[in-house]
Design a protein around this ligand. Structure first.
Ligand SMILES: [Zn+2]
Length: 240
């Protein structure tokens, strides 16, 4: 009986030791992490903008579609300073059907591109790649119809249609605090009736940008987020 009691006590002591050791280990890791972060931020709250289907045009295409000498006029300013929704709208031609009144965003760019959702692509009868801009070799050819003319974007990296990858606009300072660079993939946590964490939010950096995540309408609807709401941008473990 005495021996049994002895065994029991020593086992209990062993368990106590384990808990203590685990607690020590957690504290040690925490201290290590605080030291490692060096003032870095791993999470920040950012506003989310939902991008509805739209086009960016080069000046030559603006003139073909809207008339010689035409320049885009501001319909309303966007959250990012210097960018605007133009008064101009276009028809996008697909294989199955067309979508009218697709908004042009300004200012003009060096090549034209059309950013659509996956739902738009299905409606149009087009197979579109995920990309971050019109110079991606996978972008698809597409035809645009304006009041004064027609343009067919050639695709294959020379301008075309695609589904925009979810991305975040950051300025140099915020990117520095997060310790991330152009092209890194972050996570975005959204709370609400359709809580979710989205992975693969591509980092884009430019001086003067306001931190802002861009999702398309399919993604916004999937997680019940509307423009102007915010989410938590998270630097994933792999980048810490
Ligand atoms: Zn964007």
């Amino acid at each position: 009986m005495e021996r049994l009691l002895e065994q029991h006590v020593s086992r209990a002591n062993g368990a106590t030791l384990d808990v203590e050791r685990m607690t020590q280990e957690v504290l040690r890791r925490l201290a290590q992490r605080l030291e490692e972060t060096n003032g870095r931020l791993y999470e920040i709250e950012v506003p989310i903008g939902i991008s509805v289907r739209h086009c960016h045009l080069c000046q030559a295409d603006v003139e073909t579609l809207f008339g010689e000498g035409h320049s885009l006029s501001v319909f309303n300013e966007l959250y990012q300073k210097g960018y605007f929704a133009a008064a101009e709208q276009l028809m996008v031609v697909g294989k199955r059907r067309c979508i009218e009144k697709v908004r042009v965003l300004g200012p003009t760019r060096s090549i034209s591109q059309v950013e659509l959702s996956q739902t738009d692509a299905l409606m149009l009868g087009l197979k579109l790649p995920l990309a971050v801009n019109g110079t991606d070799p996978a972008v698809a050819p597409i035809t645009l119809v304006g009041p004064e003319g027609v343009v067919t974007l050639p695709g294959k990296g020379q301008g075309g249609a695609f589904v925009m990858r979810r991305h975040v606009h950051l300025n140099l300072e915020v990117a520095g605090r997060l310790g991330v660079k152009e092209g890194d993939m972050l996570d975005l946590r959204v709370t609400g009736p359709r809580d979710a964490t989205l992975h693969g939010v591509v980092v884009r950096i430019k001086e003067g940008w306001r931190p802002e995540v861009h999702l398309d309408t399919d993604e916004g609807n999937a997680v019940a987020i509307r423009s102007g709401q915010s989410g938590i941008l998270i630097v994933p473990e792999a980048l810490r």
